[in-house]
Design a protein. Sequence first.
Length: 81
Amino acid sequence: VSTFLDPTVSANRYDLVLAADVLYAGMDGLFARVLASHLPCMDEAKGMQSKPTEAIIACPFRTDSPLLNFFGIAHRLGLAL
């Protein structure tokens, strides 16, 4: 288990990224880019010999939820949803 505070995180490959309550208005684009930096894009995932890294993001319902914007940004970054 690692956190973003661990400087060795970027040197490691993980099978699963798990995040909860990380999407906030105005920060959804930042989180999407950080997440994309830890996941292979769709084209890279197709050519991988092993199963690509998966992410599970838990987002509680909020009236100001940035979830739809996050999905759009994640798609533009090449993440499979």
